[in-house]
Design a protein around this ligand. Structure first.
Ligand code: NAD
Length: 495
């Protein structure tokens, strides 16, 4: 199916959603302002999208509040909510071709990844939470004999989901799944780089039977629409995924307004630690390359720091370079392409700026280091590996969010752990070792919300995902994510 479609032809006729979706329909924005949507594969203008301002956000919040208070969703029988969310998941899959195309047009990721990865993952996420709805129970506390004490979870009310552009559908689904399953109304604010699939989700939700107002989608700029949601007195919670810098703003917005709950999934600088006793350097090299060049390195948990023992360094680097050659930037709309563009010209310039900084600080490029496919007008950067990096360098400390690996050589286990933890981030980390003892020691020593041993980037909706330190708090995925969108209530019944 993927390979038989002429994606370029489809792109020419694709319907591009560009208006807010509020109260069950696409509406005109009050602001009348728009922002451009550029296809990063060739730099052409696709359309202009409504830029919601504080007044538009207010309309969306009032609609969401009204839906919540009416009980049409929040008090619906759990089994009915489950059926409707399963239908929403089915509709995402039924619209797989259109959603994959919209995602690739917005962010330049290979159509094969959008088609086989992003759409399927978003649908799976919604279905996972749908299935959970009528399978989670409250508690009965061990209180005095003349009391019955129930501990229950109740939905918060109006939840804002503010998401980034690197996996627009997945990041939206990670919020929508648990927030809708627990009975909240949600206002989704997609990143300005990638509004299409979120807007389409609004339409599919209505088709699935989710009542109007329960899912509103407001495209807009971060410092306008995102800020308006953060400061709104009638938004009860913000589920945010994005940069640490903007995550800090949301903490401030909360303090300046109504102490709304904030869940933060932020940036990372994840270590890939390869110990001297690693038994399978081929597997390590493949995992490390996929972990930094996949999605052009625009991944929050990208394994951007290679911390390698000097005993295996030369051989490992050779193997990583061989793996890097597999990631050839190509046409995102060609089904065979493995690596696409970066999301915007700005993002490309930022990544190239880091590559310059790495060179200026004395690191050596082993492979890559430049822009490619310039003739297309698109924003492509080739897989890049720096050797001779010290952990204090800018390219080892700051999140580049591009296909750039920084290799740091260490001696022994202790130094490896010290360097791995010498970062303000704590999203994820990995260790490659043949020793059971070192595997356990490292898994405990690495200060991160996720640690992989002899693998990288494995995931399941049954397992929580999120960070330590400045990578945020609160968890997406798994039943734990439902905690973020509910409050605990204790109810005492005297006999
Ligand atoms: P970003 O922080 O710039 O933007 C994220 C969202 O916040 C967007 O919707 C944006 O419009 C909005 N925003 C921007 N400025 C705002 C402001 N002043 N007030 C309110 N809202 C504002 O991040 P990005 O560039 O879209 O995405 C990349 C970042 O996301 C990286 O740091 C990456 O690590 C992180 N990320 C984290 C995870 C995770 O699960 N931890 C997953 C994916 C991406």
């Amino acid at each position: 199916m993927l390979h038989s479609i002429d994606w370029h032809a489809r792109a020419k006729t694709a319907k591009l959603p560009n208006r807010p979706f509020i109260d069950g329909q696409y509406v005109d924005s009050l602001s009348g302002e728009t922002f451009p949507c550029i296809y990063p594969g060739d730099g052409r203008l696709l359309t202009r999208v409504a830029s919601c301002n504080a007044a538009d956000v207010d309309v969306a919040v009032r609609s969401a509040r009204k839906a919540f208070e009416s009980g049409v969703w929040s008090r619906m029988a759990p089994a009915d909510r489950r059926r409707i969310l399963l239908r929403f998941s089915d509709l995402i899959l039924a619209n797989r071709e259109e959603l994959a195309l919209l995602e690739t047009l917005n962010v330049g990721k290979p159509i094969a990844n959008a088609f086989n990865g992003d759409v399927v993952s978003a649908a799976t996420c919604i279905a996972w939470y749908a299935e959970a709805i009528d399978k989670v129970y409250g508690e009965v506390a061990a209180t005095a004999h003349d009391m019955t004490t129930l501990i229950v979870r109740e939905p918060l009310g109006v939840v804002a989901a503010v998401v980034p552009w690197n996996y627009p559908m997945s990041m939206s689904a990670w919020k929508l799944g648990p927030a809708l399953a627990t009975g909240n109304s949600v206002i989704l604010k997609p990143a300005e780089q990638s509004p299409f699939t979120g807007l389409k989700f609004g339409e599919l939700a209505i088709e699935a039977g989710i009542p109007p107002g329960v899912l509103n989608v407001v495209p807009g700029l971060g410092h306008i629409a995102g800020k308006a949601l953060g400061l709104h007195m009638d938004v009860d919670c913000v589920g945010f995924t994005g940069s640490t810098e903007v995550g800090k703003y949301f903490m401030q917005y909360s303090g300046q307004s109504n102490i709304k709950r904030i869940g933060l999934e932020l940036g990372g600088k994840s270590p890939q630690v390869v110990l001297a006793d690693c038994e399978d350097l081929d597997a390590a090299a493949a995992g490390i390359a996929a972990g930094i060049f996949g999605n052009s390195g625009q991944v929050c948990n990208a394994g951007s720091r290679l911390i390698v023992d000097e005993k295996v360094r030369d051989l490992l680097l050779e193997k990583i370079v061989a793996q890097a050659r597999v990631f050839v930037p190509g046409d995102p709309l060609d089904a065979k392409t493995r690596m696409g563009s970066l999301v915007t010209e700005d993002q490309m310039d930022r990544v190239l700026g880091y590559i310059d900084a790495g060179r200026a600080e004395g690191a050596a490029t082993v492979i890559g280091g430049g822009r490619v496919r310039n003739e297309t007008g698109g924003f492509f950067v080739e897989p890049t590996v720096f050797d001779g990096v010290r952990n204090g360098m800018k390219i080892a400390q700051e999140e580049i969010f591009g296909p750039v690996l920084s290799a740091i050589t260490v001696r022994g286990f202790d130094e490896a752990m010290e360097v791995a933890n010498d970062t303000v981030y704590g999203l994820a980390g990995a260790v490659w070792t043949g020793s059971v003892k070192n595997a356990h020691r490292a898994a405990k020593a690495i200060r991160a919300g996720v640690v992989w041993v002899n693998c990288f980037d494995r995931g399941s909706f049954a397992v929580p995902f999120g960070g330590f330190k400045q990578s945020g708090f609160g968890r997406d995925k798994s039943l734990h994510a439902m905690d973020k969108y509910t409050d605990l209530k204790a109810m005492w019944f005297a006999h």
